[in-house]
Design a protein around this ligand. Structure first.
Ligand code: GRF
Length: 208
């Protein structure tokens, strides 16, 4: 049984996709043991509550010192007993000590085809605004392992999504979520739950 801790900051639609995928059997042999948020107002916490999943908020407002906060975040993950940490719209930089403790056991969903439109400053709607301003015709989403960089870890899965004439950033974000993010994250968790993702020469390789 793969134990998963999901870290969230906002609406939690990616968390919901994981919850639904477990309930529908798309994901098997997996349990969400905790939802951890930096934001007490995150609707994702409501989603966890409705699904009966233990949820905890580790708020920077209550722990202003950065190192103390980082220790509290790591402690919350360790206390959950999770084997895998899933960043699902989580907007806080993951502490180096946590990346080291969970090397290749933290995955993130990014709403573009990395290495395009990623890195510092590219999150949420800003990603799609960048896509539209550049005029690219294809975007998508990426699931990758988290390393010490920003959106730089080994890529596990990607899925392309068409940019349509007249798209606004909001419309495009929704399409990328529906057609890519909400499919890729459950798919990646299912693969990891069944040991089908291996690291080979620094790259994540999916074993079919
Ligand atoms: C979305 O922009 C998603 O692409 C990114 O985080 C944002 C919020 O996602 N990963 P969620 O609805 O909180 O899962």
């Amino acid at each position: 049984m793969l134990k998963v801790a999901v870290m969230v900051s906002g609406g939690g639609t990616n968390l919901q996709a994981i919850i639904d995928a477990i309930q529908s059997g798309i994901i098997t042999d997996t349990q969400i043991v905790a939802v951890i948020s930096n934001n007490a107002d995150a609707y994702a916490l409501e989603r966890a509550k409705k699904a009966g999943i233990p949820a905890v908020c580790v708020s920077r407002k209550e722990i202003p010192d950065r190192e103390t906060y980082d220790d509290a975040l790591l402690a919350a993950v360790e206390a959950s007993g999770a084997d895998l940490v899933v960043l699902a719209g989580f907007l806080v930089v993951i502490p180096t000590k946590m990346i080291q403790a969970y090397r290749n056991r933290i995955i993130n969903i990014h709403p573009s085809l990395i290495p395009s439109f990623c890195g510092t400053g590219y999150y949420g709607l800003k990603v799609h605004e960048g896509v539209l301003s550049k005029g690219v015709k294809v975007t998508g989403a990426t699931v990758h392992f988290v390393d010490e960089g920003t959106d730089t870890g080994p890529i596990i899965l990607q899925k392309a999504v068409e940019v349509k004439a007249g798209d606004t950033a909001e419309v495009l974000q929704r399409r990328v979520m529906e057609e890519a993010e909400w499919k890729l994250l459950p798919q990646a968790i299912q693969l990891i739950a069944h040991n089908k993702v291996q690291m080979v020469d620094g790259h994540a390789v999916v074993m079919e």
